[in-house]
Design a protein around this ligand. Structure first.
Ligand SMILES: C[S@@+](CC[C@H](N)C(=O)[O-])C[C@H]1O[C@@H](n2cnc3c(N)ncnc32)[C@H](O)[C@@H]1O
Length: 262
């Protein structure tokens, strides 16, 4: 828990200016936000530190879309992307016909996301800087689908994020999470391999203690009142530079959950 000092007004558009006053924001690690702020200009460079997110995006987008509706996918759905960063997933969902709100606590990634959507003429996407817990109070049960990918391992209290996502989704709607498992293999692959050997990510991107075991995440999901529907691992072969989905969840994994209608 910490105080998040927002970026200078000169970096913001008018919509951000009101949101950008320094304020105490709970469940936000300002150092984590600063890491992503510093890299924001590279968000849409598919050969940068964000290459892995660009590469996994078609896999996760199709997985999400198939769970929501195998025939029409995300078309016409009201979607919230929590911790959206520069909008790699958010924008791809809007391109599939969803009406997307992306939220993040980093202003620079949001600015990059807005600019990219404008340049690419992508319709049906909006970005806001707001803590998810605050949005849950403002817009309860307004979304058909909530996504929260590669974000839980960057916050002080991931259970609070899961609970807020549950409050934001409509009864019968879907909530998707992805994060990194915590075990010796994930330490070797996600930190030593990705940050030190292959240098795919800057050193310090991830902290081992913040990784989340599937059983822990399943507990947060159960406690929040969501129902676990499916779980899958995301795998990478450094020789072929290929990503694929498979049942093993030892390192990166995704969960599909649902808020059962009463
Ligand atoms: C690894 S990036 C993932 C971006 C995006 N979800 C994706 O998968 O393409 C993590 C993002 O989480 C955001 N983040 C970290 N803590 C947050 C918080 N408490 N609330 C909202 N966003 C947060 C960071 O600013 C960053 O944009």
């Amino acid at each position: 828990m910490t105080t998040l000092d927002a970026a200078p007004d000169s970096q913001l558009n008018s919509a951000d200016t009101a949101e950008a006053k320094p304020r105490t924001v709970h469940n936000v690690d300002a150092q984590e936000i600063a890491k992503f702020e510093a890299l924001a200009s590279k968000w849409w460079d598919a050969n940068s530190e964000f290459r892995p997110l660009h590469q996994i995006n078609p896999l996760r987008l199709n997985w999400i879309s198939d769970h929501v509706d195998a025939s029409i996918g995300l078309a016409g759905k009201r979607v919230l992307d929590v911790g959206c960063g520069g909008g790699i997933l958010a924008e791809s969902m809007a391109r599939r016909g969803a009406d997307v709100l992306g939220i993040d606590m980093g202003l620079a990634p949001l600015a990059v996301g807005r600019l990219h959507a404008e340049q690419e003429n992508v319709q049906g996407i909006e970005y806001r800087q707001i803590p998810v817990e605050e949005l849950a109070a403002e817009m309860p049960e307004q979304f058909d689908v909530v996504t929260c990918m590669e974000m839980l391992e960057h916050v002080p209290d991931p259970a609070s994020i899961v609970e807020a996502c549950m409050r934001l989704v409509k009864p019968g709607g879907y909530v998707f999470f992805s994060t990194i498992n915590r075990n010796p293999k994930s330490y070797l692959f996600a930190i030593i391999g990705a940050e030190y050997v292959l240098r795919m990510l800057p050193r310090g991107t991830h902290e081992y203690q913040k990784f989340i075991r599937p059983s822990e995440l399943a507990g947060f999901i159960r406690d929040a009142g969501l129902t676990l529907q499916d779980m899958i691992g995301l795998h990478f072969n450094p020789l072929t530079q290929n990503y694929w989905l498979a049942p093993n969840v030892d390192v990166n994994y995704m969960l599909a959950t649902r808020k059962v209608a009463p």
